[in-house]
Design a protein around this ligand. Structure first.
Ligand code: TYD
Length: 202
């Protein structure tokens, strides 16, 4: 039986989700929850090795999708499922919606293949809540720190991110009850107020 909750953070690169994740985890801890913060791809020793490959090696789009779900399988087995069974709350920086957005939307992998992988890897589990940090492309691009080396995804063209954002918004229309879209163009303090309101209702 699952006792804890799974909350996922999503958005295109530069949308600002990572800034807000640590704040949200603290809010839940203040409310007495035991919180596990993790990320995808990654979250386990093997998953972090796969992340290195995924973020830096060129590969066929199906290889990329399969490795994302391979890392996810390990993540579920080693981290997410045990935590939920203990009654902990898990906050994951990205999960399966990112595969639908990036591999499906961005890279145009047929959606039925992603649905099959999702059914294989987590047939029953879905996030209890997904926060989608949404910004127009130009805002996201401007936020990518020009001083650091960009990974394989961050180097993609504007069209890729437009299609990725559309991929996320398609998921929102398919599963409106579990998504909360956060207008991430607003100042940090306004977003924090919204996060406080969300945490207060959980
Ligand atoms: P990201 O979460 O943006 O980490 P950082 O903040 O350190 O840059 O990087 C992960 C990248 O992996 C991001 O560009 C999206 C991509 N990704 C996919 O393409 N598919 C997936 O299923 C997941 C989980 C991530």
């Amino acid at each position: 039986m699952t006792l804890g909750k799974l909350i996922t953070f999503e958005g295109i690169d530069g949308a600002g989700k990572s800034t807000h994740l640590a704040f949200f985890a603290e809010l839940l801890k203040e409310r007495g929850r035991r919180v596990v913060v993790t990320r995808e791809p990654g979250g386990t020793p093997l998953g972090e090795k796969l992340r290195e490959l995924l973020l830096h090696e060129k590969m066929h789009l199906e290889t990329e999708a399969l490795l994302m779900f391979a890392a996810r399988r390990e993540h579920l087995a080693q981290v997410i499922e045990p935590a939920l069974e203990r009654g902990d709350w898990v906050i994951s920086d990205r999960f399966t919606d990112a595969s639908f957005a990036y591999q499906g939307g961005g890279r145009k992998l047929a959606e039925d293949k992603l649905v099959a992988l999702e059914q294989w890897v987590h047939p029953r589990l879905q996030p209890d809540l997904t926060l989608l940090f949404d910004v127009p492309l130009d805002v996201a691009r401007a936020r990518l720190d020009a001083s650091r080396e960009l990974d394989k995804f961050e180097q993609e063209k504007a069209e890729f991110f437009a299609a990725t954002r559309e991929g996320y918004l398609r998921r929102v229309s398919q599963f409106p009850q579990r998504f909360r879209v956060i207008d991430s163009t607003r100042p940090i303090e306004a977003i924090r107020d919204e996060l406080r309101e969300i945490a207060g209702k959980l």
